[in-house]
Design a protein around this ligand. Structure first.
Ligand code: ADP
Length: 490
């Protein structure tokens, strides 16, 4: 038993280099960077630090694979078969991959096993099914012409992903790109490159031709920026912070790249007094604290109708007191560390802002232990709409609770933000629920549930929470160009 636990605790790190054209290589500069275990602050390993030269080589490989390689000639259905094979190989290594995710990111092993890796597999299988179902239309135009459309792959795509769901973000990005027939240059987050590199190896094992998937680990302003500016990349798909997205949008303008963005949020989660309070409280707690609060769609503004406010607070406080924060490899652990020191400092800084701005800290606000980036689950009441903890994305286990009285008010206040990623509403009154769902300016609305994701359901932001959608058919469309063909029939 001890040995099994030890193997799971120390998953083997096998891939640490750039993956270009099917070959593992050091970075052109020879530089490496450290990836750190956030639970212990120990260095896990050194990883190749890619930069412009490596991105150039990766784009050459991807371009070649797109235009000349077997990928370009392959039947669409066979692409789907290879994607399913990749999903199978991931399923075979699920425990090892989950452990690698926990090691690099700090998320509880129970979450990595129950959520991250199964969702990766499901997403790849979902998009594998699309590969041979990307169809054009025939269009009844005026005159003696036959007009039809083709949906063609957008080309070489640059994909830049964050550290909060490292493997899942790979699946969200690779799934539609591969189904559409694109080739890929991916830059994983510098905090969490390991599962992405392992998945690249599995893609090769599955038989996805060399050059279709290329991975360049490295930093954003160097490797990421080289992806954004490269004239040989047709589209960039980015998930991360709004501030970074604005830089990318500017830098990508020169080459007129197609862009999709999945960014942050300050998502309202609204509990009406007529809700099933047991599930509403459970959902509010999960909707914020899941993944150490490091979710772009975290329900970080919890609006509670006045009549049930105090009861909700009491029960949230109890739940926080019971929450098991600690060693992410312990199967009983519910909350691991924040991903790195910068995030840890930022979260604690927001706890200070909350106090300074006059909110009442009901629980949390402090570091847990003295090693690793652990933060107590933190709860603020008496929060008003203008406080920093109600307006800015914290990306940590800090829940702000605000009171409200009626539907019109809560619609207005929910929308009083530049973000628009997600929203949720808890009520037994279906008219009220749907009225709220229609009025809130957000890309996803959950009614009497939270964080329910499916590979088939589009996800993305209104306003400054994003551009375009991921998942579902909408996510696939962003990896295609639409071509119109007109034939003279006379
Ligand atoms: P987070 O705060 O979640 O790390 P970021 O937006 O900083 O969010 O990072 C998300 C991804 O974007 C990471 O892979 C990071 O390396 C990359 N990135 C950061 N800055 C840039 C940039 N200027 N150009 C391209 N990619 C970047």
């Amino acid at each position: 038993m001890a040995t099994i636990m030890e193997t799971v605790r120390r998953p083997q790190v096998r891939q640490t280099q750039c993956f270009i054209g099917g070959k593992w290589t050091s970075s052109a500069s020879g530089k490496t960077f450290e990836t750190v275990n956030p639970a212990t602050e120990e260095v896990i390993c050194e990883v190749a630090e890619g930069d412009k030269e490596d991105v150039d080589a990766a784009v050459d490989a991807a371009r070649d694979a797109f235009e000349a390689g077997p990928w370009a000639k392959m039947d669409a259905r066979d692409r789907g078969i290879l994607m399913n094979k990749l999903a199978d190989l991931i399923a075979e290594e699920a425990d090892e991959l989950a452990a690698l995710e926990t090691l690099d990111n700090g998320k509880p092993i129970s979450d990595a096993r129950a959520a991250d890796i199964p969702l990766v597999i499901d997403c790849l299988r979902y998009y594998a099914g699309w590969a041979d179902k990307i169809e054009g239309r025939t269009i009844p135009v005026r005159g003696e012409y036959f007009t039809y459309t083709r949906r063609e792959p957008v080309g070489v795509v640059g994909q830049i992903i964050p550290w909060n769901f490292p493997a899942l973000m790979v699946a969200w990005k690779w799934g539609p790109a591969l189904a559409a027939g694109c080739t890929i240059v991916m830059k994983p987050a510098e905090q969490t490159p390991l599962t992405c590199l392992r998945m690249a190896r599995l893609a090769q094992k599955a038989g996805i031709p060399d050059g279709v998937i290329n991975v360049i680990p490295g930093y954003g302003p160097t490797a990421g920026d080289a992806v954004v500016r490269h004239p040989g990349i047709d589209k960039v798909a980015f998930t991360g912070e709004l501030a970074t997205a604005k830089i990318i949008q500017r830098n990508a303008a020169e080459t007129m790249k197609r862009l999709t963005f999945e960014l942050g949020g300050k998502s309202p989660n609204v509990i009406f007094a007529d809700a099933d309070l047991d599930s509403a409280i459970e959902g509010a707690h999960f909707g914020l604290y899941f993944n150490q609060g490091q979710c772009c769609c975290a329900g970080s503004r919890l609006f509670v109708e006045e009549r049930v406010h105090d009861e909700v607070i009491d029960r949230l406080r109890e739940k926080n007191a019971e929450r098991r924060v600690g060693d992410p490899f312990d199967p009983e652990t519910q909350q691991g560390p924040q991903v790195d020191e910068a995030q840890f400092d930022k979260v604690l800084q927001y706890c200070e802002y909350g106090k300074q701005d006059g909110a009442k800290m009901i629980s949390g606000g402090k570091r847990v232990g003295n090693r690793g980036f652990f933060v107590e689950p933190t709860l603020f009441t008496g929060v008003t709409d203008t406080m920093r903890i109600a307006r800015e994305e914290i990306f940590g286990p800090v829940l702000s609770v605000l009171k409200f009285k009626n539907v019109d008010e809560i619609i207005r206040r929910s929308n009083d933000t530049n973000f628009g990623l997600a929203a949720a509403v808890w009520t037994r009154d279906i008219a009220k629920a749907h009225r709220y769902a229609a009025a809130v300016r957000a890309g996803t609305v959950w009614i009497n549930c939270y964080d329910v994701f499916d590979a088939g359901a589009p996800f993305g932001g209104f306003k400054q929470s994003g551009l375009g959608r991921e998942l579902g058919e909408a996510g696939l469309a962003n990896y295609t160009e639409l071509k119109t063909v007109t034939v003279s029939m006379s």
